[in-house]
Design a protein around this ligand. Structure first.
Ligand code: ATP
Length: 351
């Protein structure tokens, strides 16, 4: 494992600034998720770390060693891509052994290392199968073992789960985290799936248009997004456009300060689990417009009778508490002002 220092890295493709002065320090043994929508630069950043896309400006250091212009093959990295990229004519064992053979390691040492990795990824019983005899998840686990075989200081994962179906994806997501924690290698994972980023990473880097928007631990990002962009990107929130009056926004019978907002309207975020049911008479009246069973919780689409007029809110409540609640029913809802995140609206107030 190794620390990674990314210092003021920029990358241009013609007129397009794919990375715009990105700086990030990754701790040794840390798992970082690079999260952002398509085209924000996350793959370019990963490729710059891998040596596949040299930056125009800035430096990249592994453990204080400048690797900015070091060829990929001389970097202590392992990579896993979205496509499985296994050698189809080789067995699982031969695929995993390949990078060790290329390095000219002794056959007995290779055998021991491959057995160790087969046990780690749970594929010992499939060691002599070819890739076409494996499921997508098994192929991706083999690709992971192959990347880990030379014991790289840095593991780079570029959307490794996106070609898998939902169930396998969840399982392998947890497996990647377990394996990374077991071997404690420094790792960066590129994803556009926020739940994947929150689940696997020690810290999540939210990227937007070639820049870093926020870097934070998953729970901090979820609870305290520092910008409207991060708040909108993380979690299925209520996103409301509300007027600002005397420096406050009013919502669901309470009012929330809007300190950094100098616009006439504010972008207000509230998580569905933070909309609470109240006793009749308390909070605001709301009509149930629709309900969607989601397992442990049920999502309710509510029309709230708020002081500014009718307000559409999503609420998530434990399914076992809401069995009798149907479309058309009236409920009372309230919120805690501390759960409300207020950001400036995109349009500024005209003087
Ligand atoms: P995605 O999730 O779609 O892969 P991303 O966040 O990984 O998106 P990048 O692949 O890093 O985004 O691309 C960032 C920007 O740079 C995009 O506008 C992309 O079109 C552009 N870009 C990336 N690679 C090249 C290239 N080789 N030539 C020209 N433009 C490129």
């Amino acid at each position: 494992m190794s620390t990674i220092a990314i210092q003021n890295v920029s990358k241009r493709f013609g007129d397009k600034l794919a990375l715009d002065g990105v700086s990030l320090d990754v701790k040794s043994g840390e798992m970082i998720a690079l999260l952002g929508s398509s085209g924000c630069g996350k793959t370019t950043l990963l490729r710059a770390i891998a040596g596949l896309t040299p930056p125009n400006d800035g430096r990249i250091l592994f453990d204080d060693r400048d690797v900015t212009h070091l060829p990929t093959r001389r970097r202590p990295i392992g990579m896993v891509f979205q496509g499985y990229s296994l050698f189809p004519n080789m067995t699982v064992r031969q695929n995993i052994a390949f990078p060790l053979k290329v390095r000219g390691q002794d056959a007995r040492a290779i055998g021991r290392r491959v057995d160790e990795l087969l046990a780690l990824i749970g594929l010992a019983a499939h060691a002599d199968h070819h890739p076409n005899q494996l499921s997508g998840g098994q192929q991706q686990r083999t690709a992971l073992a192959r990347a880990l075989a030379p014991d790289p200081a840095v593991l780079l994962l570029d959307e490794p789960l996106s070609a898998l179906d939902a169930v396998v994806r969840l399982h392998l997501r947890d497996e990647i985290r377990r394996i990374q924690q077991a071997i404690r290698t420094t790792a960066l994972l590129v994803t556009h799936d926020q739940s994947e980023a929150l689940a696997v990473a020690d810290r999540v880097v939210v990227m937007r248009a070639g820049r870093i928007e926020q870097v934070a631990a998953p729970n901090v990002l979820y609870d305290k997004p520092t910008s409207g962009f991060s708040a909108g990107f993380i979690g299925q929130r209520n996103a409301l456009d509300l007027p600002v009056l005397d420096g406050r926004v009013r919502l669901c019978g309470t009012s929330v300060p809007a300190p950094a907002v100098d616009t006439a309207r504010a972008l207000v975020f509230l998580r569905p689990e933070d909309v609470h049911r109240m006793d009749a008479g308390a909070g605001r009246r709301a009509r149930v417009e629709a309900r969607i069973f989601e397992g442990r919780t049920t999502r309710f689409y509510l029309k709230v009778e708020d002081e500014e007029g009718a307000l559409d809110l999503k609420a998530d409540w434990p399914s076992r508490d809401v069995e009798g609640l149907a479309t058309g029913d009236t409920v009372h809802v309230g919120i805690d002002p501390r759960d409300v995140h207020v950001f400036p609206a995109a349009t500024r107030a005209t003087p």
